[in-house]
Design a protein. Sequence first.
Length: 459
Amino acid sequence: MVGKILQPEIRSLIDARNFTALRELFREWPPADVAEVILDMPEHEQVIIFRVLPHDLAADVFEYLDVEAQQQLLRGMAHEQVVGILNEMSPDDRTALLEELPSAAARQLIRLLTPEERNVAQALLGYPEGSVGRLMTPDLIAVDAAWTVKETLDYVRENGQDSETLNVIYVVDDRGKLIDDLRIREFLLTPLDKKVSELMDETFVALSVTDSQENAVNVFRKYDRSALPVLDSGGVLVGLVTIDDMLDVAEEEATEDIQKFGGMEAMDEPYMRIPLWRMVRKRATWLVVLFLGEMLTASAMGYYEGAIAKAVVLALFLPLIISSGGNSGSQASMLIIRAMALGEVTLRDWWRVMRKEFLAGLMLGCVLGSIGFLRVAVWAQFSNVYGPHWILVALTVGIALIGVVLWGSLSGSMLPFILRRIGADPATSSAPFVATLVDVTGLIIYFSLALLIMRGAML
């Protein structure tokens, strides 16, 4: 917000080539605000601003930019500045940048790193894509259980400037295996001559380098942590993951699920960056699948063509019946998918969910069925559109709504379980997919009831 207010002043300083004043203006700004200003500027001015920033501030600002803006700046910066920025970046943010680049470009940038940073970058990129190992940073504070509180605090003062966070101090044995994690406040509130081992209870929560990032989000949520240690297969402490990385993962997950709810493949690039042909391909796949599914609706209507011809009034309620079933199915599907994502529902809960959705679908169907029945009954008093057998029409519509809404709730709630059971993503049972399924079955329920109730009178 401050950046937008000062944009005219910033532009005037750039036009006047008063780079000293520009540097002083940004010197006391938070890195996130400077990053916001850079993103609001044209490309050539972004590079100018970034080049005049103090070195330490530039490295911090760079980490707040998205990958596209980072790549753009790297192309416009001098070689020496690129080297400095890459070596100053935190390992996890640098890994995020490198894994988004083409392999040739990533290898070129890795060669610019110091030997120590190069080893760190290659180690992190060596972990499986989507694993916690790609997100962690090795910059942390680890101490020995035999140390005193004074020795620990002295060590933190000498080595803590490069640590990702100082909220938690990790205790390791002589082989580097994690044996406890202690909050910094425990050291600050304890006599200096007390041993670290006296503070320990050897109870801690940790992630494995091979854990999925989605699983890590759930662990952070469950234990309400700002940072968690990461262990290798032997229990050795190799790094830590912080909550800011988990927030990014949670945002990506939510974006992917929302896109799937909309009836399309998840896009792995921002909307403004993804090529048109790739976006069309991702959207077309599901549109074709849903279109083919909806063709079954036409087939079902063709099967009941005779009934429609004899009682044209039935066609008036088709949109009402179809939309009610689709809406109830979409509601149930979204509720269960979200409950699964939060860990509230597991596969073994399917029977409890089915019972609950059966009762919910029945009650909701009764509500809508009653409204549908009353709608026909009231209109029949003022119009002859439904003919002399309006009571049969009202019964057909009312009972059909109960059946379709009940079926929509059951199918929408059970589809995520079926997909999870076969190893697919439950989010793919999106609202359009459920609606397409319920459209076809809803027609069958509606016309089957009509043939049963109206036989001998209108049919």
